[in-house]
Design a protein around this ligand. Sequence first.
Ligand code: FRU
Length: 484
Amino acid sequence: MSGEPMRPTFHFTPARNWMNDPNGLVWYDGEYHLFFQYNPLGSAWGNMSWGHAVSRDLTTWEELPVALEHTPTEAVFSGSVVVDRANTSGLGSDGTPAMVAVYTSHDLITGHQGQSVAWSTDKGRTWTRHPKNPVLEIGSTDFRDPKVSWYAEGGYWVMAVALSTERVVRLYRSDDLVAWTHLSDFGPAGSVEGIWECPDLFPLAVDGDPTHTRWMLVVSVQVGGPAGGSGTQYFVGDFDGTTFTADPVPGADPGGASWVDFGADYYAAVSFNDEPHGRRLVLAWMSNWDYGREVPTRPYRGAMSAARSYELRTRRDQLVLAQAPVVEGLAAQAQRNTSTEVVDGVHALPDSWRGSSAVLTVELDPGTASRCGLHVRVGDGERTVVGYDTAERTLYVDRTLSGDTGFHPDFRAVHSAPLDLDEGDRLALEIHIDTTSVEVYADGGRVVITDLVFPSPTSDRIAVFAEGGAAHLHSLTRTPVTRG
Ligand code: FRU
């Protein structure tokens, strides 16, 4: 894809046309599968179908033909894929388990949304729709995004699916992926301003101890997110095979939400089934329903976030989500390091630090500065600021001068997240810069900001800055990422 300087280097984009949510994330036989909401016919939302891509390392993706095509009466909305190893569905054959997709059929005549099944016995390359579709239909027009996974303790399949306008996640169980029984409902809870979409329910080890797990329910909300517009919230709690019960969040307002990401561009986050290393890996659509239809990229519209490993960490007696981006597939080349005093002002790094795709790691002591941090994607009149505000105790990304911001009035904004560092702690950041995005992981991924930016391809410099005093940059490392 040379000749496309805006094309992300290490984030998935389809070769052309519209993409939104990741769907059907699953590992099978050496391949990570990414299906996605896709319009095969254009760069606006519509004709919803499942696009398909595979990867071995989660950073280099090969796009394959459309897996599930829309029909004149059916739009294929979001859903999930399981590998039916025990052939509970009877859809596999001897020695070849079926990959079974459970997705929302949006009936274009009635407007009803029901859950449907399709299966593949050739590693997801071709799919057959089940004759009983939709296999789960309750007469609703807002009943979507089934996430199915194997509940090992009970020996059955569990589906989490949104009753979107009710702000409810409904849980079902099945023995064969076709007949589903209602278990319980969760919600409304947390952030309820926007409708609920794309739920995901999974166990997570606490502090890396596999004998101590809690359950996590992730729910996307179309509006009311922390940076405006759509966002992704989570609940930590317990699942007993029937009911999910959320732990109280100390200090939260009634209705206070816990956010996965404080940027504007992290939506519809769902996790992989059957990850072979036991990690809980998650992808999200790196966009926002406020302006996703307007983002200025051609000939495609829509990108995925980096794959991230979700972990639960104990901090001050509370469980917090931490996210680590998967970097294995990124070619680690010569790194550059520096350590320096940052006096009041903006200090550009030399030419050898230029590049529009890179991973930066930063350790910064705010010292006497009221604000400090980095400018990235710096060029003629353009910069994206990644900073820490010591008085507010916030991490922020300022994209007001990041490049093309004029395609939607809500795009030009500063997004911030509470980041209470312990006394004497340095600010530790990992910043993933790509041609059209900045992902900032602070303090080991406990606070994350993901933002799209559309700078000129030549805005590829880095600067460090301090305001109102001097900061100390203990280390700054840059690993360039090049197109594979
Ligand atoms: C979330 C969503 C889902 C739906 C899909 C349609 O972004 O609205 O609820 O299944 O997109 O493309």
